[in-house]
Design a protein around this ligand. Structure first.
Ligand code: C2E
Ligand code: CA
Ligand code: CA
Ligand code: CA
Length: 277
């Protein structure tokens, strides 16, 4: 048993080293990726359920590595967060999304707004409002065309600097959305303290709506929380007409998911827009 234990320990140890080595490799490559223009954005449409009108698009970052191919954000965003690279990645994402919006606007193809994901880590410096204001100004984009998606964990940080930053963004006219709503914490008190205008019902509640009574109850509860607080509720990961019908019935405002479109490269978004009634 002792022998086995030691082997098991060695095995574990080696895995940890491999993990650490891989993280360092990804981190080094990500540093280069920013200079080499390997990052790009895809845009996923969000649709008003009742009217079928385009509500907005969410910008989702992609990494096209010359050897590794498409690296999903789940593989590099956490590493960017740990290493501090998230500030550079996050600034790039915001700049690129605003640049694209300005171009679409000129071409008469802009969605009503673009949503950009922000990591909690980006709020450590207190420079987010300035960065956002500068970026909007640089591209001549009105603040009302930008929504920032932040997770519940950020809202739960009882941190005056974060609260100040969110209020500054609100006063600027930028909208704030709570991403992955329902997955983080049970306290809803932060909804009162923070100037949010949108709740994003996490896709884990949407996935099994067809055959899970509990998920149906939770989804409809989230929609009602949103309604009573006069927040726009956006359901994520809507893949089927059945899920859409249920969400519509509950009074959910907006849906985003493969049922309408996958995250699309800019050209594909324009094509998708053309194909709409
Ligand atoms: P998220 O913000 O919750 O984004 C939604 C994810 O769900 C996206 O994954 C999207 O491609 C996927 N999705 C959309 N519709 C469907 C559907 O109908 N079915 C299924 N199964 N999935 C769907 P993606 O693009 O891989 O992004 C994963 C996560 O990475 C995002 O989750 C977000 O947390 C993070 N992320 C992406 N871009 C950025 C970024 O620019 N900055 C930061 N900080 N995080 C980002
Ligand atoms: Ca998001
Ligand atoms: Ca989400
Ligand atoms: Ca999610």
């Amino acid at each position: 048993a002792k022998e086995l234990g030691r082997n098991a320990f060695c095995f574990y140890q080696r895995n940890m080293d491999e993990d650490a080595a891989e993280r360092l490799e990804v981190e080094a490559a990500l540093r280069l990726a920013l200079d080499r223009n390997e990052l790009l954005l895809h845009y996923q449409p969000q649709v008003h359920i009742a009217s079928n009108q385009l509500f907005g698009v969410e910008a989702l970052v992609r990494w096209q590595h010359p050897q590794w191919g498409m690296v999903p954000p789940a593989r590099f965003i956490p590493i960017a967060e740990e290493s501090g690279l998230i500030d550079a990645v996050g600034s790039w994402v915001l700049d690129e999304a605003c640049r694209q919006m300005a171009m679409w606007q000129e071409a008469g193809q802009a969605p009503p707004h673009v949503s950009v994901n922000l990591s909690a880590r980006q709020f450590r410096h207190g420079s987010v409002p300035t960065m956002v204001a500068d970026t909007l100004l640089r591209h001549g984009l009105p603040p009302s065309r930008l929504t920032l998606e932040i997770t519940e964990s950020l809202m739960m940080m009882r941190n005056d600097q974060t609260l100040e930053a969110l209020h500054a963004l609100d006063e600027m006219g930028v909208k704030l959305a709570v991403d992955d709503f329902g997955t983080g914490y049970s306290s809803l008190g932060y909804l009162k303290r923070f100037p949010v205008s949108e709740l994003k019902l996490d896709q884990s509640f949407v996935r099994n709506l067809a055959n899970d009574e509990e998920d149906r109850a939770l989804a409809s509860a989230v929609v009602r929380i949103g309604q009573s607080l006069k927040l726009t509720v956006v359901a994520e990961g809507v893949e089927t007409a059945e899920q859409l019908a249920f969400l519509h019935e509950q009074g959910c405002d907006v849906a985003q998911g493969y049922h309408f479109a996958r995250p699309l490269a800019p050209d594909a978004y324009v094509e998708w827009l053309r194909g709409r009634p």
